[in-house]
Design a protein around this ligand. Structure first.
Ligand code: GRF
Length: 191
């Protein structure tokens, strides 16, 4: 089996990135994490990935005068690494079609809510404030609309009495780390 070459886009901690790296170490897993790109030089995930011997790059969005120019630079880096698939994992920039279109059907994202509910930021805070009984996380294909696009996999997580956004985020994150490798596996097998 030839493993699909995956690029991961991050902005911070990179715990989902690490979950993908760990899953991909398995010889049966149909993908390898070949490249990690961050828009932030101080993203902890960049250090984690480079310590593990994975090619990394930082492209600082503040050095570009438009979103499109920034996105074109990211896409060029992805093309240079000859990637098959892209996994966004806590990438905190809005992407334009300049980046999204070339990867149509080959770029996925993880979002900490039961999409289509709670797109955007502060998902757990909003779910608790609304009195929801469940939260969760979703892996979906990236399209031009933020946190939209066909759903690949989703898991429900109960909201418990006394939950704060932090306690709920921690419970959801445990599930994210299982869901994302499973979703990427499915996408890699189909592409
Ligand atoms: C995760 O909750 C993910 O769902 C969201 O941003 C967070 C990133 O965390 N998109 P990490 O960087 O993967 O630890």
């Amino acid at each position: 089996m030839k493993k699909k070459r995956v690029g991961v886009l991050i902005s911070g901690r990179g715990s989902n990135m690490l979950a993908l790296i760990n899953a991909a170490r398995n010889s049966d897993y149909p993908a390898e994490i070949a490249f990690v790109l961050s828009n932030k030089a101080d993203a902890a995930g960049i250090e984690t990935a480079s310590k593990l011997g994975i090619a990394t790059q930082v492209i600082d969005h503040r050095k570009f005068s438009s979103r499109e120019e920034f996105d074109a630079a990211i896409n060029a880096a992805f093309q240079a690494h000859k990637l098959d698939l892209i996994a966004c994992a806590g990438f905190m920039r809005i992407m334009t079609p300049v980046l999204i279109s070339p990867w149509k059907g080959r770029m996925i994202n993880i979002h900490p809510s039961l999409l289509p509910l709670y797109k955007g930021l502060h998902t757990h805070e909003r779910a608790i404030a609304d009195g929801q009984k469940d939260a969760g996380c979703t892996v979906h294909f990236v399209t031009a609309e933020l946190d939209d696009g066909p759903i690949i996999a989703q898991v429900r997580v109960p909201i418990l009495p006394g939950d704060t956004p932090e306690t709920l985020a921690a419970r959801v994150l445990i599930e994210e780390h299982k869901l994302y490798p499973e979703a990427l596996r499915r996408v890699a097998l189909k592409n």
